[in-house]
Write a protein that binds this ligand. Sequence first.
Ligand SMILES: O=C(O)CCC(=O)CC(=O)O
Length: 260
Amino acid sequence: MQILSRPYGALHYRLDGPTGAPVVLMANSLGTDLRLWEAVLPLLPQRLRYLRYDKQGHGLSDLGGADRIADHAADAAALIEAVAPGPVVVLGLSIGGLIAQRLAADRPDLVRALILSNTAARLGTPDSWQTRIEAVERDGMASIADAVMERWFAPAFRATPALALWRNMLARTPAAGYVAACRALAGADQRQASAALRLPTMVIAGEADGASPPDMVRATADLIPGATFHLIPGAGHLPCVETPDAHAALMTPFLERHAA
Ligand SMILES: O=C(O)CCC(=O)CC(=O)O
């Protein structure tokens, strides 16, 4: 297990791939840990190195209490500086995509190109996040799990035995870590900063995504000059889990081109 020391404690990460190869940083969604990428990782170019991590308050990382996306972006910057010779390609999914956009805005020296999957420059509303925070604080993580599974996955995947594992991952996320990340999402509006981004960017949506529907994702692609928009038919919020072949097929040419 690999650990980066942060002021609040340990940040758990994992680096896979050939020593010295160009690095791709992968930033997870809300309520998931670095296992999010396990199905898609073997399908991506094997000449590259993949740096995954558990954002604070998730997986094996300590709870930092960060309630701003900028704090999560600072963790990502520290990880790149410690582990990878930046600039790197950053792949962020959902809140991970907001972290990626913030990182590219705050530390353009560390980011070579962006893949923004199932995300937007603004996700939900402060009120919708407050409602979710109150539900978790009152009734615990398990109380929101069924509704979240419906937003994460299309019906066909929800009928498979694998659903139980993803439900468990969510339900076992520390409530305090989840709530802190919800607070960061409530305050996150990257629209102005992302409109000023000037780097190669691909944006991916899932046709059946109930958390970041295609129109919302497309609006963010339209905001970033030169960004390309791609839709995965039948995919929900986590195409790296549900349709890894299609997700990898879209990302591979971009990675081959931009991960120097
Ligand atoms: O997945 C994320 O990072 C945030 C978007 C969301 O609300 C996903 C969910 O439905 O839990």
